[in-house]
Design a protein around this ligand. Structure first.
Ligand SMILES: [Zn+2]
Length: 117
């Protein structure tokens, strides 16, 4: 006898579905599968603007945003180093993020640092 990791139902071992490291009953398994199918792969990189609008970001923009969210404020060379992108690419993508009001730059002494909006 096994148990569903999600709803806790007791399930025969032969009816347990292994999915993404979890043991699930048939119902939960099907639910997970359905969610996965309807899930937009770009959703990870979508974000909410200051005005509450959901925005779609490119992968690089999403990575910039995640980085300054978790480790910011950071300056441009540091962001480029961490993400392995050129400063030109960073400036282009950052312009979009700033335009979406998701991120901004500010002066800290001699440096310009970037942070979330
Ligand atoms: Zn279940």
């Amino acid at each position: 006898m096994g148990q569903c990791n999600k709803c806790g139902a007791s399930v025969n071992a032969s009816e347990i579905y292994e999915y993404a490291g979890e043991s699930l009953c048939e119902d939960c398994y099907l639910e997970r599968r359905t969610k996965l199918v309807t899930c937009d792969p770009w959703a990870v990189y979508s974000a909410r603007s200051a005005k509450g609008k959901t925005l779609q970001l490119t992968e690089i923009q999403g990575r910039i945003l995640n980085l300054i969210k978790s480790k910011g404020p950071l300056d441009a060379p540091e962001i480029c180093k961490q993400l392995g992108i050129s400063e030109t690419q960073f400036q282009n993508d950052f312009a979009t993020l700033r335009h979406m009001e998701l991120a901004k730059g500010f002066k800290d002494g001699e440096k310009v640092l970037y942070t979330i909006f």
